[in-house]
Design a binder for this molecule. Structure first.
Ligand SMILES: Nc1ncnc2c1ncn2[C@@H]1O[C@H](COP(=O)(O)OP(=O)(O)OP(=O)(O)O)[C@@H](O)[C@H]1O
Ligand SMILES: [Mg+2]
Length: 243
């Protein structure tokens, strides 16, 4: 059975169908990559799956339970977390404080929150920044903080929205290694939106392509990236762009 099953998700904004009948399934421990041009509906899909937005139609099942329309904190409690494309830590707080709050928000006990947070911080390789203020962290560390906040609730499913964006190639490699480890060592099921094609090809078991809010195709990474319709959708855009 799929751990995450999404069916027929649809959402319009003032007549614009940002997400139109989108469906996919992810097996436990698998990695699904989601690609598509700017404005294709990738972030909106994440917002619908994690309860940040209510869908007009469609359903989300997590481990067989219908979680459609549940608010974000209940989706988190059910075992699914996400990172934000636009990071928003509490900049006035330290890395440890930020992750501690995320542990508590995820339902962790008050007594163990700081210990759990410290473990997660080590896990994502942020140990040396633990007590630093979040304001002024380099982008690569901010990205890891965003990951740590999402991992603080010990999710079974993690949705990642462009975690590699803004990193220089040398910084991407260790983050890709970390994502790989989250799957192999921690058993986390991953869904990641990414424009960096090298990461999509390396990490994904399967790739979902969105265009104009709809599923253009879904399949093995090599097949999907050879598909003329996918190449067409990316015309005028450089999918491997360094951003
Ligand atoms: N809250 C909103 N209100 C109105 N329109 C929205 C809202 N959120 C998204 N949209 C529109 O929905 C469409 C899909 O946006 P979305 O952010 O999901 O795209 P995306 O695939 O994540 O793009 P990118 O690669 O640039 O991050 C766009 O046309 C966007 O302008
Ligand atoms: Mg987006």
């Amino acid at each position: 059975m799929s751990l995450l099953r999404v069916e027929g998700l649809t959402k319009s904004f003032k007549g614009l169908r940002a997400v139109d009948d989108v469906g996919f399934e992810v097996a436990e421990g698998a990695i699904l990559g989601i690609i598509g041009p700017n404005g294709a509906g990738k972030t909106t899909t994440f917002n619908l799956v994690t309860g940040a937005l209510a869908p007009d139609a469609g359903a989300v099942h997590l481990d067989g339970t219908d979680i459609t329309g549940r608010p974000p904190h209940r989706v988190l409690a059910a075992g699914m977390a996400r990172t934000f494309q636009l990071m928003r830590p509490f900049y006035s707080m330290s890395v440890l404080e930020n992750v501690t709050i995320a542990v508590l928000a995820g339902g962790g006990s008050r007594r163990n929150a700081r210990t759990t947070a410290a473990e997660v911080i080590e896990r994502v390789g942020l140990g040396r920044w633990r007590d630093a203020p979040s304001e002024g962290l380099p982008t690569a560390a901010l990205k890891r903080l965003e990951l740590a906040r999402a991992l603080a609730s010990r999710p079974r499913v993690l949705l990642l929205d462009e975690v590699l964006a803004g990193l220089v190639p040398a910084e991407r490699e260790p983050v890709m290694d970390l994502l790989d480890e989250l799957r192999t060592q921690d058993g986390v099921t991953l869904v990641f939106v990414e424009h960096i094609m090298a990461a999509v090809m390396r990490l994904s078991d399967s790739v979902l392509v969105l265009d104009l809010g709809r599923v253009l195709t879904h399949g093995a990474p090599e097949e999907v990236t050879r598909d003329p319709r996918v190449i067409e959708a990316y015309l005028g855009e450089e999918p491997d762009a360094d951003r």
